[in-house]
Write a protein that binds this ligand. Structure first.
Ligand SMILES: Cc1ncc(COP(=O)(O)O)c(C=O)c1O
Length: 442
């Protein structure tokens, strides 16, 4: 049954609880209802076309309506829609695990599936803690994460997150990770960024030294603290962090849920930095945004800690009904096939250059404090003097009127387009973002 927009609005207000949304604000704002997606475009119920500037929460890697993934889902649904992974196995999960192991750096060979990014992070944290129990160091239960980190919304994941509004209401329920200073600095100047990252690393060193015996792992979003405001930081920090973890015998968890699978100009942000973490989390783009699937990939060494040597079973106590679901894994396999066929991320290079060039120009606009780009991510921050976060919100609303959907993060405006966006579409996104920033000053 198709409903008209007014009745959809009424039902929405009556029954649908939107995430991260103030109810009163939602009910006052214009109602936007998307009914279709195609390529880089979203289409609203009234036919309005919107360029999807943030790949629908950073996951629509291949654009909307990518036929080979849809076909794979259809085919798998007719073959086997669900199969418990405790006790049983099925080909899509086995094949996807093998493909991911081949793609991931170093000896990240052991793939554990969950359904969303937060669950992948939970699994990584639990894996790290149990790993230390089996290695005879059960006191290693603490984590270090970065200030303003975001690793998901479940209780374990928010314990490693430092963005106030996600964590504060639940502070009494979680044992917070130890916060290390962010390696990001609000500047576009490379030298300044390197110096700031180095200073942050020195402080991290002292923190690791102080807590050395109780640490299970350091967890980071490699190269980009996304939810903090697309805070891009230098590769050198990750390289030093890898060495530090090795020196102290601590695990390194790379949360590549946002950065993984081609977003940063390499298949993984860790590849760009030339490091191999002990555990890596993937999600979002893993099924090109079609179905919820995430993966926690461990090195052989971490996995081997879970192998019993004395006849006493060693079990990883985690598992979800939909972990490694056959249909989601088939979507994952079709997504990886598409990456190969389309040569992602290599083929993104011209559009990455375009983002870099155009954001450098946007940074010259009045009221823009600085910009940074990395792979298929471009961001600029508006300065406080010209309105900061309030102006960024205004600019995003203007952008929507101009036909570009983007969501500001504090003072940050950014583009995180589908990796299949055409040069023409990307040009339009940049034109509209630029026009919105200019108009928001008037
Ligand atoms: C770095 C990072 N980790 C974890 C998550 C949580 O993923 P999900 O929303 O699928 O639970 C996100 C989501 O934005 C993320 O950006």
């Amino acid at each position: 049954m198709t409903r008209d927009l007014d009745s959809l609005r009424e039902l929405d207000y009556r029954h649908l609880w939107h995430p991260y949304t103030d109810i009163a604000t939602h009910e006052k704002a214009p109602f936007h209802c998307v009914v279709r997606g195609e390529g880089s475009y979203l289409y609203e119920a009234d036919g309005t076309a919107l360029l999807d500037g943030i790949a629908s929460w950073w996951c629509i890697a291949l654009g909307h309506g990518y036929a080979p993934v849809i076909d794979a889902i259809r085919e798998q649904a007719g073959q086997l829609q669900h199969c418990i992974l405790g006790s049983l196995a099925h080909p899509p999960a086995i094949e996807l695990a093998q493909r991911l192991a081949a793609l991931a750096p170093g000896d990240l060979n052991r793939v554990y599936f969950a359904a969303d990014g937060s669950s992948a992070v939970e699994a990584a944290m639990k894996m790290a803690v149990q790993h230390w129990q089996f290695r005879g160091e059960p006191q290693r239960t603490r984590f270090i994460s970065l200030e303003q980190a975001y690793h998901g919304d479940t209780l374990g994941a928010i314990s490693a997150g430092y963005i106030d509004w996600f964590q504060k209401p639940f502070a009494d329920l979680v044992k917070p990770a130890i916060a290390a200073p962010t390696p990001h600095t609000p500047s576009g100047d490379e030298e300044t960024c390197l110096r700031a990252a180095h200073a942050a690393f020195k402080k991290l060193q002292a923190i690791v030294d102080e807590h050395a015996d109780e640490l299970a792992a350091v967890i980071v979003e490699p190269l980009v603290q996304g939810s903090a405001g697309i805070w891009i930081y230098p590769e050198e920090y990750l390289q030093s962090l890898r060495n530090l973890c090795d020196d102290y015998g601590i695990l390194l968890i790379a949360d590549e849920i946002a950065t993984g699978l081609g977003r940063t100009g390499a298949m993984f942000a860790c590849d760009r930095a030339g490091i191999v973490p002990d555990i890596m989390c993937l999600g979002k783009a893993l099924t090109a945004g079609y179905l919820p699937l995430s993966a926690t990939i461990a090195t052989d060494a971490v996995y081997e800690a879970f192998r019993s040597t004395d006849g006493v079973p060693r079990v990883f106590w985690d598992g979800h009904t939909f972990c490694g679901n056959p249909i989601t894994c088939a979507a994952g396999l079709a997504t990886l096939d598409a990456y190969e066929k389309l040569d992602i991320p290599r083929s993104c290079a011209p559009r990455e250059a375009m983002l870099a060039e155009r954001f450098a120009a946007i940074a010259q606009l009045p009221g823009v404090a600085y910009h940074k780009t990395l792979g298929m991510i471009g961001m600029c921050a508006l300065d406080e003097a010209s309105g900061g976060a309030a102006r960024a919100k205004r600019a995003a609303l203007i952008a929507r009127e101009l036909g570009l959907f983007t969501r500001p993060l504090g003072t940050t405006l950014y583009l995180w387009p589908p990796l299949t966006v055409t040069e023409e579409e990307l040009g339009l996104m940049l034109d509209r973002l630029e026009a919105a920033i200019v108009k928001s000053m008037q």
